[in-house]
Design a protein around this ligand. Sequence first.
Ligand code: HEC
Length: 125
Amino acid sequence: MRSVAMMIGSLVFAGSLMVIWTAPVRADEPAPAPAKENYERFCQKCHGEQGKGDGPGAAMLNPKPRDYTDCTVMQNKKDEELIKVITDGGESIGMSADMQPWGGTLSAEEIKQLVKYVRGFCKQP
Ligand code: HEC
């Protein structure tokens, strides 16, 4: 009887050790996916591989997504505006509702990284 209790005791002990040991690996939030991956998965079909707004999904859209390679337009956009549109959708600032809100799908950090990624399409000559 005593040895069973000891066995259970040591199992519980080993179990709690394992929990402590794995804790740092098992973070509550999944690590943010790289912006390129998110873009290709969620955004490219409308915004296009090069950010020109010519993805296959854009054919039926009116208005079309903007051409992000156009630096003169993108320079006038604040990060906060772009973050807002991606998080809350186009309708939230009077743009097309075809741009859906992504705040439920992507974390704030992922959206911040996507803004950087989208800005990367504009190449100053
Ligand atoms: C179903 C097609 C579609 C998808 C998918 C999509 N967008 Fe859009 N997006 C649009 C349209 C349409 C607009 C608004 C065009 C307008 O009203 O002038 C827009 C607007 C935007 C804007 C506003 C900035 C501006 O001034 O043009 C940003 C930033 C943006 N999208 C980023 C993204 C990101 C990042 C993703 C992926 C997480 C994404 N979009 C996915 C269609 C899409």
